[in-house]
Design a protein around this ligand. Structure first.
Ligand code: CYT
Length: 286
């Protein structure tokens, strides 16, 4: 199944029911953790841990470093649903599977979504370990997650769920401003950048990275844009954070490897955690 069909909505509702049966409290904020950032889920107090395999319809990830569970409970007073692990289109998953969890988070009651990822740095002012607030994206994956008949029942608020929906401020200005203010307070550099998504799984060539820089990209990765498109279709407010795990191909005179991606996550875990924990109540209240 490559496009959403009318039964997609009921499949999402079945997942919502299965999750609610395990955890009655309604999450208002969804958090998707990227490669190497999964440990953040341990911040949830008195967590209800639901393995993805226990949720009907939820796609199971195959990549190392994406462990695969939904963690529900409170962080800093806010009821959250944290995704430890996500699936990617490069694993062979259809768009409907890649964005199934985002649909479910919205239907569970999340009004805001914090998406995180590990990305390659195109902007030479970044370095390995730099956290970046995503200001916008360029979707070069060749896919659009909202393909298929429109399903207005996915709307979480008035004016959402339209066939054609606005993406001009997909990454909320208000939430970005909160992130910058908190980062400054904690002395964590937090530049902004445009995230360009490719399909993967190969890393990019050096020529592609030069081309992407010309196009206005600061970061490159293989996730996030589909989830953000679906979140915007449903009317969720989005904050996107990238962790630069490596400089993109050709920026440095060295090859890129996945182990490095995972290792950098561990290195910045403390900064990432303290920034996000402090941001959660602010994002929730915005
Ligand atoms: N790095 C990354 N490209 C990269 O260079 N994490 C994703 C895509």
């Amino acid at each position: 199944q490559t496009t959403e069909t009318p039964d997609h909505y009921s499949r999402c509702l079945a997942a919502v029911e299965a999750i609610r049966a395990r955890h009655a409290a309604k999450p208002t904020l969804g958090i998707i953790l990227g490669s190497g950032l999964g440990n953040f889920a341990s911040q949830v107090e008195n967590p209800t841990v639901v393995p993805y395999a226990d949720i009907p319809g939820w796609p199971l990830s195959t990549v190392e470093g994406h462990s695969g569970k939904l963690v529900l409970g409170k962080i800093n007073g806010v009821e959250v649903a944290v995704m430890q692990g996500r699936v990617h289109a490069y694993e062979g998953y259809a768009m409907t599977e890649v964005t199934f969890p985002t649909r479910v988070l919205g239907l569970l009651g999340c009004e805001k979504l914090i998406v995180t990822n590990a990305a390659g740095g195109i902007n030479v002012s970044y370095g390995e370990g730099t956290l970046v607030a995503i200001s916008d994206h360029i979707n070069l994956t060749g896919h659009n997650a909202a393909l298929g008949p429109n399903e207005p029942r996915f709307a979480t608020k008035p004016n959402a769920g339209a066939r054609f929906f606005d993406m001009t401020t997909a990454y909320s200005k208000t939430l970005r401003a909160l992130a910058h203010a908190e980062a400054e307070k904690q002395n964590i550099p937090l530049p902004e950048g445009v995230y360009l998504a490719v399909l993967g799984p190969s890393y990019e060539t050096a020529a592609e990275i030069r081309a992407f820089r010309t196009l206005g990209a600061d970061l490159v990765g293989m996730s996030t844009v589909h989830e953000v498109i679906i979140a915007r279709h449903m009317g969720l407010e989005v904050l996107g954070l990238s962790l630069v795990t490596n400089m993109a191909a050709g920026v440095l005179d060295q090859a890129i490897n996945h182990e490095e991606v995972m290792e950098i996550g561990k290195r910045v875990e403390r900064q990432f955690t303290s920034l996000l924990v402090a941001l959660i109540p602010q994002v929730s209240a915005a």
